[in-house]
Design a protein around this ligand. Sequence first.
Ligand SMILES: [Zn+2]
Length: 304
Amino acid sequence: MLLKSRAVFSLGLRMCSTHVTTGPVIEPGRPSSDMSEFRKAFAKAKNIAIITGAGVSAESGVPTFRGEHEKWRKWHSQDLASPEAFSRNPSRVWEFYHYRRELVLDKKPSAVHLAIAECEARLKKQGRSVVVITQCQDDLHRQAGSKHVLKIHGSLLETRCMSCGQVTVNKQSPICAALKSKGAPGANVPDAEIPVDKLPRCEERDCHGLLRPNVVFFGETLDSHILTNVEKEMEICDLCLVVGTSSIVYPAAMFGPRVAARGVPVAEFNMNTTPKTEYFIAFLEAEVRPTSICHSERRTQRGT
Ligand SMILES: [Zn+2]
């Protein structure tokens, strides 16, 4: 039992700031693992912002392409996910994205995605709101049932026309005939060198422009409309959860600290290993079903 309690705490629940009006105030910036403080803040919160990152997708088996050794063929994602790379070699970049699209289309939401979606549905009935602000480019939050999702880095399952700008949801597999069975990630796989007119093309009347994945490439600015919405959510939230992100990619890395600077509780969860994830899920489920006897018991057992 003690070990379990420790495991929960070692999960990395960090209150960057726990300025809770009825509870003790913990110095901003000083992490705490006081679950009761988090629980109080959760019970009172009307507008909860949940910031998610690659760790959440990794729970469903989606590779992050962030690690030093996580290469596709000879390249890191930053070598391929750039406007320059796309303009230089659209075939290679499309092969990379085709590979990632096929991976994502094959995955199911994890228990973390489901718990977050359930949290939104449950709190909505109580007149409370949950927004998911995600860096993930898959569709797993929506598949899990989350309604209010802001995807700050775009979507693998959308295309944008380079000529007319049309953005379209596209879940076709393969996205075009020429990419069928292409995109294998092995280091020695040769480029398919698909002619540009055989790559995904716009279906708008008289356009036929080259499509690109509707994701934010390295070096590109984020969608201003989405950023404006994120700003609003950051202003109104009274509790912020940062889940499965190493908080190194800007501007998302600043969201939590900005909210904490307003004196709003920010809880950070990282889930790099499966055992920890198990505890995270248990914890979040306990929080989203506070009246459940089953989960109350589980909480008691964990000594939290
Ligand atoms: Zn077009």
